[in-house]
Design a protein around this ligand. Structure first.
Ligand code: COA
Length: 260
């Protein structure tokens, strides 16, 4: 499929989606959000894809935020719609995919860029990366889930400080905060994400999707994560992967999961 603002390619069961507007520091305009939705949906539906990596093109930016030029003269209802549509089409959509999503943060991840990385299931970053939610410096607040996901990931006090100061943190601070799981060099960033992906791929993809549902449930209002865990745990017992995984263990051989 041909996109104007992103690249998507699949090899070794990993689909890598790259936001490709380097001259605009990969800022998320409306078209890019729509293209990302389509690319993520295709990857989720592609039985060859076991892990998705999202990254930015070039060495400067992952994503420098929502495209400011598109919303400067929006009304209140247009702004609400922008945030709601973005959350539905992309940010919540990614967070609830059953295929694991790793964000490989290759540079600035600001505003909507950090929100995109936070919607992924976990993050790795290069040592040059800078992360922040600078919206209040523009007279607005994060609208793509940042006020919710940042406190979940780094704690309320740190999120309050990052959002109120509109400042950027460097990669080692992000590692220390638990915002990213690993940091490495720019050259090693994608290889590291691929190495983690290859460990994930060895496991049962149906069990992984149950784990994502259970983990996400704990962060959702009105859901009891423990109850969801019980029902997802039970569901695993009727899968071919569970039969294969336990049989392979008892037969002292490597499991050959079909993802069923
Ligand atoms: N929306 C639209 N365009 C953006 C953008 C954004 N969020 N971030 C960067 N760009 C564009 C710049 O306008 C510039 O375009 P131009 O060359 O046509 O003028 C180009 O990307 C390069 O950015 P520039 O600011 O010249 O690079 P820099 O190295 O001086 O600064 C940043 C890098 C990331 C510090 C700076 O671009 C920045 O602060 N961006 C906005 C971050 C932000 O507030 N994001 C939250 C949005 S809600």
């Amino acid at each position: 499929m041909k996109f104007n603002n992103i690249l998507s390619e699949t090899s070794n069961n990993i689909t890598t989606i790259t936001i490709n507007r380097p001259r605009k520091l990969n800022a998320l305009n409306k078209e890019t959000i729509q293209e990302l939705h389509i690319a993520f949906k295709h990857a989720e539906e592609n039985t060859n894809t076991k892990v998705i990596i999202i990254t930015g093109s070039g060495e400067k930016a992952f994503v420098a935020g929502a495209d400011i030029s598109e919303f400067v003269d929006f009304s209140v209802s247009e702004a609400e719609n922008l945030a709601l549509e973005g959350q539905t089409l992309l940010f919540d959509f990614i967070a609830h995919l059953s295929t694991p999503v790793i964000a490989a943060i290759n540079g600035f991840a600001l505003g909507g860029g950090l929100e995109l990385a936070m919607a992924a299931h976990f993050r790795v970053a290069c040592d040059q990366a800078k992360m922040g939610l600078p919206e209040v410096s523009l007279g607005v607040i994060p609208g793509y889930g940042g006020t919710q996901r940042l406190p979940e990931l780094v704690g309320k006090g740190r999120a309050m400080e990052m959002i109120m100061t509109a400042g950027m943190i460097d990669a080692s601070t992000a590692l220390n905060y638990g915002l990213v799981n690993h940091i490495t060099t720019q050259e090693e960033l994608l290889p590291l994400a691929q190495k983690i992906a290859s460990k994930i791929i060895r496991n049962s993809s149906v069990a992984i999707s149950s784990a994502i549902i259970a983990i996400n449930a704990g962060y959702k209002d009105g859901q009891n994560g423990y109850e969801v865990e019980v029902s997802q745990f039970g569901k695993c017992f009727e899968t071919a992967d569970f039969h294969e995984g336990t049989t392979a263990f008892l037969e002292k051989r490597k499991a050959n999961f079909k993802g069923e």
